[in-house]
Design a protein around this ligand. Structure first.
Ligand SMILES: [Zn+2]
Length: 316
């Protein structure tokens, strides 16, 4: 079912402040920063040979000129990277280790770019802001969704529900209630199938049938789409992009769909709390309901503010 985020943010273009390609600017900044960090020690370990030891040394003047030029270029690159994020962030001693896992996301991003995958995607919010988004997939559930909504109402916590079209048709009133109480609703396909395993010509059906169900229940279409299991390929991307969806992934997956003990869900979710986090939980899991009030309270105690995915995306 659900796996860790399969992909980072993309967006294709390097334009600044575009929320459609949120963490991408940061990945560039991070990539450049780390590339410089990695290259620097190598350069020190292998100092250039002195002209005296070379059989045919370059004229000293030309060499000095090339060195100066390289220095200017390196400085300009660092300055360009630092325009993306404030210096204080780069200078933080926590910076490299804390964000190292996202190097894998950067790699995936590059892979997608090479293959021309350009689509709107959000995997996390702005890492400079203490905002996080709770997302609940696979609902609405005839029993548990009401309990979930009760907890969210009591704690004044907005959330985003990635609903399954078939479930929406059975329980349209629950989806209406979600919207009425200030939550956001996203498309999670009609049948909750792995979109990379079905014939590609059926992907539009999965997206459109779910959209029709949401529209019938709430009166409007969703802006955000999450592929079941986070699985997507070029066909999924093309069809989602054609419909204007922003594909939403996650940073924090406590694995509640496997129904582990409630305290395991709580600890996993709290261990991965960070600025801009998108937390993947599921509608219809009693263990999640058990720990949700505690999770919300602890996240607030640590200074985080809960927002919808739309609000998180507006930070870019
Ligand atoms: Zn799902």
């Amino acid at each position: 079912m659900h796996r860790p985020p399969p992909a980072p943010n993309n967006g294709g273009a390097r334009e600044r402040r575009s929320f459609l390609s949120p963490p991408r600017q940061q990945w560039w900044g991070l990539g450049g920063f780390l590339a410089l960090s990695f290259l620097a020690p190598v350069a020190q370990a292998n100092p250039p040979k002195t002209p005296a030891k070379q059989s045919k040394p370059a004229p000293p003047k030309a060499q000095a000129k090339a060195q100066a030029k390289a220095q200017v270029q390196a400085k300009a690159q660092v300055q360009a990277e630092r325009q993306v994020l404030p210096n204080a962030f780069y200078d933080s001693p926590n910076f490299p280790e804390r964000y190292r896992p996202y190097l894998t996301l950067l790699a995936k991003d590059e892979y997608e770019q090479e293959r021309g995958y350009k689509f709107n995607k959000i995997i996390r919010g702005d890492i400079r802001k203490q905002r996080i988004a709770l997302t609940f997939d696979d609902g609405p559930h005839p029993v548990y969704t009401l309990q979930l909504l009760d907890i969210l109402r009591r704690t004044h916590t907005p959330a985003t529900f990635f609903v399954v079209g078939r479930q929406v048709e059975k329980n349209p009133a629950l989806v209406q209630l979600e919207v009425a109480e200030g939550h956001e609703v996203g498309n999670h396909t009609y049948d909750h199938v792995n979109l990379t395993l079905i014939p590609p010509e059926l992907i539009p059906y999965e997206l459109d049938q779910c959209d029709a169900a949401i529209k019938k229940a709430t009166g409007s279409s969703a802006r955000f789409f999450r592929p079941p299991g986070g699985d997507y390929n070029g066909d999924v991307i093309r069809d989602a992009a054609k419909r204007g969806y922003i594909t939403t992934l996650w940073t924090n997956d406590p694995g509640d769909f496997q129904k582990p003990p409630a305290d395991v869900i709580l600890h996993r979710a709290l261990d991965h709390l960070e600025n801009g986090a998108i937390i993947l939980m599921h509608d219809g899991i009693p263990q999640t309901l058990q720990v949700l009030p505690q999770f919300i309270a602890e996240a607030r105690r640590r200074g985080y503010q809960f927002v919808t995915v739309s609000r998180l995306a507006r930070d870019y």
